[in-house]
Every structure is written in structure tokens, then in C-alpha cells.
Design a protein around this ligand. Structure first.
Ligand code: HEM
Length: 399
């Protein structure tokens, strides 16, 4: 999966996994879950937990989990179980409900227009442009930056430490990757604790000020406890929104440009832009894998799984399960299929609606402004990752 061929075209990997079965042993212990129904069952089932700090401490190799960069992420929402997870999700509520989405929409539209101006300029100047770096990497940070009030001059720095911190969240990080991630973690912590300190001193009516008021009251008399929650929430919501959405934006454009007839068809049928985004989410999920652990001895798809064993849900393989989405390798905008790309159950992605808004706004406007856009190379370039897929370059041009 990490190889350049696997990154460029993961479909044979998904196929090979599925041929091995719905529950496949991992070489390092634990299991891969490859089928849609079982993946869904694991994500939603009460018998499955996220691998939290208590689980990490019970491992025979707790040192592996005590690396500072790994530990930092173990305090975030995605690695908390009840009751802490329930408390934090309840406090956040539906982050991007209808009224919030309507409030952020004009900002997203403005960012899209500005970034497409940049794309236009790059195409005029050089004949081709890198969509991934000029547009896709930038829209998510401008969007979440506008929503949380992150100063524009900090955006590059945030993107930079996010790309380096992510190694700690990879499946089997090497020591050197963990060292890179640790340095990024320190920068990230300095940035977000500074941001919160400043906002606390200038409370307003913004989202972050609301979170500060809430957690100060919840942890009344214990400012440190409030600050700890606030740091992990603000940091995680920000970084969770960046690479994931950027990858969706680039992969949607790459999949549509892979066949010029698709771009043309969607331009003539703009009412199906939302369907195209759903199909891109299904076909090429930005997160390949998510792990859960068994809360007790159980049987999964006929396989005995002992308590504390880890299972890796393979989103791509599950989305390409032909029992669920027939003819899964065909990119079909009108498929009306379903996917697990945003996870499921209590940890379901809090930013799904925002990511969809960014993708549909961008595609709608791009199709109008760049009717003859086409891929300038064979396809995108990828970072060699196993968990968070990242498109580092997508060269486009026009006829
Ligand atoms: C295409 C873009 C995105 C994808 C593919 C994606 C995918 C995911 C997945 C797979 C999960 C884990 C679900 C699980 O464990 O069952 C998740 C969780 C999460 N996502 Fe997203 N995400 C995206 C964008 C966003 C955005 C834009 C935000 C915030 C603005 C966000 C915030 C979060 C948060 C806070 C969680 C943790 C939820 C929890 O553990 O309770 N994500 N996301």
C-alpha cells in the first residue's frame, strides 16, 4: 500500500485483501477487516473500542505507544472512549449543522474564487499548474481558519507541522518518523496553546471563545484541566480537517479528469456535482484505515477475536466490496452507492458536512471557469502513507 504503484492504484490491493477474506490476519498480530458489512459492524458496535491510553499501557510493548508524538494524539477525541468521549462530543454538538454551514458558506465561496484566480494565473503564466498545491492544500486551511479565527499569516506554518505530525498516526511508524513527528508536535503544541492563551485574553462571540467559556465552566476552579481539553480539541479539529479534505479535493478532480468525457458530462449536469463527490469519497477514501480493539472475546465473521486484539478497518476495501457496491472499480457518478469514508458510530466524522461543502463548491465553480481543464500528467503523485492518503502534486493544463 505504501509503494508508488499501490498509492497510484490501490484497487488491486483492495481486491487482493478481499480475496483473502472478510477478516484477514495482520502479520504483526490483529486483523484486517475488508468487507463492508463487517467493517460497518465494527465501527458501530458497542463491543469495539478505540485503542486508548489504557489499552496502550496493557500492550507488551508500551514503549512503542509512549513516544511523545503518539501520546499527544492519544488524548484527542478519536482516541477517547466513553465517558470522556461522550462528554466531549456532547459539548461539541453537531459542529456543522445547517445554520453553521450557511454561515460558513459565503467564506468558502470567496476562498474558492480567490484560489481559482490563483489557478488561472498559474495556467496563464506556465501553461500548466499544480492543482494540489495551488488550490487543494489551501482551501481547507482557509475554511477552518476562517471558522476558528486562525490568522492568515499562520496558515503555512499550520500546514507544515500537520504534514510532519501525521507520521505518529501512521500504522507502523519508524523511529525516524516518530522523531520528525515529535518535533512537529512541539511546534503544534506551542502554536495552539499560544492561540488559546491569546483568545482567552480577548474573548468574543467566536467559536473558540464559546469553547473556552464552556470548558472553563465545566472545569470550574481547575484552569489547567480546562486548558488541556481545549488544546486537544482545537488542535485535533484543525488538523483533522486539513489533509483529509485536501486529498478529497485533489482526488475528486483527478478522478473526473481521468476521463475528459466525465468532466464534460458533469459540466452539462451540474446538479450531479454532489453525486460526483460521493462517488469520489467511495472510490478513493482519504483515510485508508482506522483501528479498533475488541472490548471482550468475540467472533467476527466466523473468526475468534480475543479481548484487546486490534482490528484495522480498511475503508477502501470495504467501499469496494462488490456485495455492497456492484462493479466497484467503475467510477460511476450516478451509482448512488454508499461508503464508510467518514467512519461510523460514535466516532463518526464531525467535519463531513464541511468537507462536502468545500468539495461541491469548488467543483461547481471549477467546472464553469475551466471547461477544458485536463490532466497534464498520467496522474497525481502521492506521499508514501498507509493511513492518511496525501496527494502531493496534481498537474493540470487546458486544451
Ligand atoms: C474528506 C474529508 C474528511 C474525511 C475523509 C474524514 C474522515 C474521518 C474519519 C474516518 C474519522 C474517524 C471516524 C471513526 O473513527 O469512526 C473522522 C473523525 C473525525 N473527523 Fe473527519 N474527515 C474529514 C474531514 C474533517 C473535517 C473537515 C473536520 C473538522 C472540521 C473533521 C473532524 C473530525 C473529528 C473531530 C473527528 C473525531 C471524531 C470522534 O472521534 O468522535 N474531519 N474523520
Amino acid at each position: 500500500m505504501r509503494s508508488p504503484e499501490g498509492q497510484r492504484n490501490p484497487l488491486p490491493v483492495y481486491r487482493a485483501f478481499r480475496e483473502l477474506g472478510d477478516v484477514v490476519p495482520a502479520p504483526w498480530g490483529g486483523w484486517f477487516v475488508t468487507g463492508f458489512d463487517l467493517a460497518n459492524q465494527v465501527l458501530r458496535g458497542r463491543d469495539w473500542l478505540t485503542p486508548d491510553i489504557a489499552w496502550q499501557e496493557r500492550r507488551p510493548d508500551p514503549e512503542r505507544w509512549r513516544a511523545p508524538a503518539t501520546r499527544e494524539m492519544s488524548h484527542t477525541l478519536s482516541r477517547l472512549n466513553a465517558p470522556d468521549h461522550t462528554t466531549q462530543r456532547r459539548a461539541l454538538g453537531n459542529l456543522f449543522g445547517r445554520s453553521t454551514l450557511e454561515a460558513v458558506r459565503p467564506g468558502v465561496e470567496e476562498h474558492v474564487d480567490t484560489l481559482l484566480d490563483d489557478l488561472e494565473r498559474a495556467l496563464l503564466a506556465h501553461g500548466e499548474a499544480d492543482f494540489a498545491t495551488v488550490v487543494a492544500d489551501r482551501l481547507p486551511i482557509r475554511t477552518v481558519g476562517g471558522w476558528l479565527g486562525l490568522a492568515e499569516e499562520d496558515h503555512e506554518r499550520i500546514l507544515d507541522f500537520t504534514h510532519r505530525q501525521v507520521f505518529a498516526q501512521e500504522l507502523l511508524p519508524t523511529r525516524s518518523q516518530l522523531a520528525v513527528s515529535e518535533a512537529a508536535t512541539l511546534e503544534m503544541r506551542a502554536y495552539f496553546t499560544g492561540l488559546l492563551r491569546h483568545r482567552r485574553a480577548h474573548l468574543g462571540e467566536d467559536v473558540l471563545s464559546g469553547w473556552i467559556r464552556y470548558w472553563d465552566e465545566w472545569h470550574a476552579g481547575d484552569r489547567e484541566a480546562a486548558d488541556r481539553v481545549l488544546y486537544h480539541l482545537t488542535m485535533f479539529v484543525t488538523i483533522a480537517s486539513l489533509e483529509t479534505t485536501a486529498t478529497l479535493l485533489s482526488s475528486s478532480v483527478a478522478l473526473l479528469l481521468a476521463d475528459p468525457a466525465r468532466w464534460r458530462w458533469l459540466r452539462e449536469h451540474p446538479g450531479h456535482v454532489g453525486d460526483a463527490v460521493e462517488e469520489a469519497l467511495r472510490h478513493d477514501p482519504p483515510i485508508w484505515l482506522n483501528s479498533r480493539v475488541a472490548a471482550k472475546d468475540t467472533v467476527l465473521g466466523g473468526v475468534r477475536v480475543a479481548q484487546d486484539s486490534v482490528v484495522h478497518v480498511l475503508f477502501g476495501a470495504a467501499n469496494h466490496d462488490p456485495r455492497h457496491n456492484p462493479d466497484p472499480e467503475t467510477f460511476d457518478i450516478l451509482r448512488g452507492g454508499s461508503q464508510l469514508t467518514f467512519g461510523g458510530g460514535v466516532h463518526y466524522c464531525l467535519g463531513a458536512a464541511l468537507a462536502r461543502l468545500e468539495a461541491t463548491t469548488l467543483l461547481t465553480r471549477m467546472l464553469k471557469r475551466f471547461p477544458t481543464l485536463r490532466a497534464a500528467t498520467d496522474g497525481p503523485e502521492y506521499a508514501p502513507r498507509m493511513v492518511f492518503r496525501r496527494i502531493t502534486s496534481l498537474k493540470v493544463t487546458r486544451s
